[in-house]
Design a protein around this ligand. Structure first.
Ligand code: CA
Length: 372
């Protein structure tokens, strides 16, 4: 069941978006937490607005789980984007040790290494199930550890959105020509692909998207999917809602801990952190799946949003360009190339099995037999 959308009224949306900053100012005036009786308070900075359903709450839930499972020996305090540092500054904050861990999307940090894109999601890449297979059992975690260690970080999967939507537009996209000159918010390699097709692409944090679209700083945007997008209120200022989200087929979110902090944990604390992240990876995906369908119905039936599907011609062109962009990017350095090759190998395996499994089953389930 969908909770009452926080963005249903302008005033509530405003308080939702600025509330974090207000709380942050208050929190900053409190005395620094004391380290007593072996108890430690760890700072988690995030790329999300305060208490944002889905992603922001994933950070809150995993922090609470670690705190409670360690009986407060590790007390994790969550800071929303802008409270301690800006959304896109969390990587540097944790890498330098100014904060202890971040929760966010790895593609925000592609400026540090293009290889980070693979650990959130790439266009026409792995779905959430397939991503788990690669990270947990396909060599992905070891490569991610090696990449992150260069920045003194230790990463974990810690949420997934499932397949995202293609985004919000105020004009129809009938061919790839329609991307030319379009100012669109799209992070990661999806954004790079659209830039190659002539779009003017920006990557801005979630909390700033609505105002940017409203003020015409951007013409179009993607965010996540029906549930999260309805909360942000994009239906009020954009007419067409496109699918599928070719650019993010199963976006993973990460909890990444400062490597020195990670290595200072006891064995049981490490197991708790690892298990709490794995649990959150499942729970957030389930939460998105549980809420997206009814949110989509509300968007279409109540808010009169017009759904549009990208044509196969558009998707084919974007798919070709995606492969080309990734191949070029992979030449950056040795580790990026090894991560790219591992990812592609896992993608090939997944495609072979998914075709016989999910893909064929979903088609079978939609055959016109009577069931309920
Ligand atoms: Ca997205």
């Amino acid at each position: 069941m969908v909770k009452r959308p926080l963005a249903s009224k302008k005033s509530s949306r405003r308080s939702f978006l600025v509330g974090g900053a207000a709380l942050g100012a208050a929190a900053a005036t409190l005395p620094a937490p004391a380290i007593a009786q072996g108890k430690r308070t760890l700072k988690m900075v995030t790329t999300w607005p305060k208490n944002l359903p889905g992603l922001g709450m994933a950070a809150e839930h995993v922090a609470k789980r670690i705190t409670e499972a360690t009986d407060g020996q590790l007390t994790v305090k969550v800071y929303a984007a802008g409270e301690l540092v800006g959304a896109f500054d969390v990587f540097d904050a944790v890498s330098s040790g100014n904060a202890d861990m971040y929760h966010g999307a790895e593609y925000y940090f592609q400026g540090k290494s293009p290889a980070f894109n693979f650990f959130s999601g790439v266009p026409f890449g792995l779905t959430s199930n397939e991503m788990n297979a690669w990270i947990y059992y396909g060599g992905g975690q070891e490569l991610w550890d090696e990449l992150s260690a260069k920045f003194k970080l230790k990463p974990f999967l810690c949420a997934n959105t499932g397949v995202q939507m293609g985004g919000w537009f105020n004009k129809e996209i009938n061919s790839t020509e329609d991307f030319k000159g379009l100012k669109i918010r799209m992070p990661g390699l999806g954004g790079e692909v659209l830039r190659r097709l002539g779009a003017s692409v920006v990557s801005i944090p979630g909390g700033e998207i609505y105002t940017s679209l409203q003020q015409g700083v951007i013409d179009a945007t993607e965010w996540v999917g029906p549930w999260n997008d309805m909360i942000f209120g994009f239906y009020k200022i954009a007419k067409y809602y496109y699918w599928p989200g070719f650019h993010e087929p199963g976006s993973a979110l990460a909890l990444s801990m400062n490597l020195d902090v990670w290595e200072s944990l006891t064995k049981s604390q490490k197991v708790i952190v690892q298990s709490a992240c794995a649990a959150q990876n499942d729970m957030t995906l389930a939460e998105f799946n549980a809420n997206n369908s009814s949110a989509l119905a509300t968007l279409v039936d109540k808010h009169k949003v017009e759904l549009r599907r990208f044509s196969d011609e558009i998707l084919t062109t974007i798919g070709e360009m995606s492969g080309k962009v990734m191949h070029e990017m992979a030449q950056a350095d040795d580790i990026t190339r090894r991560i790219y090759e591992s990812y592609l190998s896992s993608r090939r395996d997944s495609i072979r099995w998914s075709h016989l499994a999910e893909e064929t089953f979903w088609e079978a389930r939609r055959l016109p037999f009577s069931y309920d």
